[in-house]
Design a protein around this ligand. Structure first.
Ligand code: NAD
Length: 487
């Protein structure tokens, strides 16, 4: 089976369970191109039966995978990385037609993904534990890192290709097996294409499984994850709203959870910021993938002495971004994922304008395309400026400040705590603010979404917990204490 998408031709996808593409009995649902509404695939609408089979396969595959020699695991990961690179063009096409991703955003995800696979390839050689001194004569104590077992993953539709790799490969690299439930909005780039790549790389049957479902039917699958004793961890990337529903279930089932959620991601431009560099960083940070990334900047606080110059320069640059079909390699701004997303952005823009905000650029939609929008002079009670609820689209608020401490307090006044940036030529001023930011990530002189495969990305507060990169060892392993006494 191949899920390669050809222009205009729909593909039928099935689940991937225990090393097989299965099964033809499932009804299907349409996956559409957000740019033009064309059906790009008919995907299998699975439920409890498929989820149970996938969990059983992952549980059966676990002991052998956990025991596999590090060199064998490394060989498989390196092979998968090469396949990702080889399929670059086809993956760009898939992400464009299924998720509206520009070529630039897809290539960025592909590079990050193969780099992460290559990095994770060596993790099997990490020390497996420590010897601890005991006060009791004749006793030795060792602490050993063990995989958890089956890790069930939920992937989102946005940045789907990279985020689904993160959902698969971090648990697998530490000896767990996986079942993934991709977003119904992008089942291929959020999980199925990964199964195809892992299958070709030679990962053993059952180590990775993918079960897809029709819109609104996630619960039948996720209920199985929570009910099954074999599932030891729920690995969720998505919105805080869904995380609260699943978190309540995890509490009842006493399951470990890893949560990668949304953000507000403020940027503070101090009076000595390099304005040209700040314009580039904010354009990328706010509008990459039409503002549909968890780490996009939603609000910029700018010292009043440079505010007007910054706003004029940023507005000019944002107006120059090419808008249209993401399959055009020059297009930077493609469609939002669905009508609901367009409505959310438009409601927030209109709410701010009705309260007296100034529209610097944008504010219009055409189909599912929403122009990148910049608002200034936004009253404090407008929804988009409070940071209380994630705005997930191409809408940026800019606010001038006279006192950096007041701006800093405002930037922190949000339930989210994912990323933040400070733009300044003065390293020590930047570090002073950075140290006090209550976020999982702070950048100085880089966009809020600056990412690298090796870096530990994750949030605090309502942005969740858990980290990607090497620190994921804390999330996907547990410690076992063994003591041996002389008699
Ligand atoms: P979402 O919460 O709607 O969906 C995420 C996953 O949960 C999907 O697989 C979906 O099918 C599933 N789901 C939704 N409702 C469910 C339910 N009631 N029961 C079981 N499963 C359910 O999120 P989304 O719209 O796909 O993704 C966008 C959100 O994800 C944004 O909030 C974004 O900030 C966040 N996100 C965070 C990160 C990060 O690394 N921190 C990365 C990407 C996206």
């Amino acid at each position: 089976m191949t899920i390669t998408v050809e222009q205009g031709s729909a593909t039928v996808t099935t689940h991937f369970i225990n090393g097989e593409w299965t099964d033809a009995e499932s009804p299907t649902f349409a996956v559409t191109n957000p740019f033009n509404g064309e059906v790009v695939a008919e995907a299998a609408a699975g439920g409890r039966r498929e989820a149970e089979a996938a969990v059983a396969a992952a549980a059966a595959a676990y002991p052998a995978w956990a025991a596999l020699a590090p060199g064998e695991r490394q060989r498989l990961f390196l092979k998968a990385a090469d396949i990702v690179d080889r399929r670059h063009e086809e993956l760009v096409e898939l992400m464009a037609v299924e998720g509206g991703a520009s070529r630039a955003f897809s290539s960025f995800q592909i590079r990050l993904s193969s780099a992460m696979l290559r990095q994770a390839a060596g993790w099997g050689y990490l020390p497996a534990g420590d010897v601890i001194r005991s006060d009791i004569p004749g006793r030795t104590a060792t602490v050993t890192r063990k995989p958890l077992g089956v890790v069930a993953g939920f992937t989102p539709w946005n940045g789907a290709f990279y985020l689904a790799w993160r959902t698969f490969l971090l648990p697998l690299a530490f000896g767990n097996t996986t079942v993934i439930k991709p977003s119904e909005l992008a089942p291929m780039s959020a999980g199925l294409v990964h199964a195809e790549i892992l299958e070709e790389a030679g990962f053993p049957a059952g180590t990775f499984n993918v079960v897809t479902h029709a819109p609104g039917e996630a619960a039948a699958i996720s209920d199985v994850f929570f009910e099954s004793p074999a599932v030891r961890c729920i690995n969720f990337t998505g919105s805080d709203k869904t995380a609260r529903i699943l978190g309540a279930q995890a509490g009842r089932a006493l399951k470990r959870m890893v949560l990668e959620l949304g953000g507000f991601n403020p940027v503070i431009l101090l009076d000595d910021a390099d304005i040209d560099e700040s314009i580039k960083a904010v354009t990328f940070g706010a509008f990459l993938h039409q503002g549909q990334v968890c780490m996009n900047s939603r609000k910029i606080y700018v010292d009043r002495s440079i505010h007007d110059e910054f706003v004029a320069g940023l507005t000019a640059r944002v107006k120059s971004l090419k808008i249209g079909d993401p399959r055009d390699p020059e297009v930077i701004i493609g469609p939002l994922i669905n009508e609901r997303a367009v409505q959310q952005i438009d409601e927030r823009v209109q709410d701010a304008l009705n309260r007296g905000a100034t529209l610097e650029t944008g504010g219009h939609s055409d189909g599912l395309i929403y122009e990148p929008t910049i608002l200034t002079h936004v009253p404090a009670d407008a929804i988009c400026t409070t940071g209380a609820d994630e705005t997930f689209g191409p809408l940026l608020v800019i606010e001038a400040f006279d006192d950096v401490e007041t701006a800093f307090r405002a930037a922190q006044d949000t339930p989210y705590g994912l990323s933040a940036s400070i733009m300044t030529r003065d390293r020590s001023r930047g570090l002073d603010l950075a140290e006090r930011f209550d976020t999982g990530i702070v950048h100085i002189n880089a966009p809020t979404m600056a990412s690298e495969a090796a870096l530990p990305v994750g949030g605090v507060k309502d942005s969740g917990w858990g980290r990607s990169g090497l620190y994921a060892i804390e999330d996907f392993t547990e410690l076992r204490l063994t003591t041996v006494s002389s008699k």
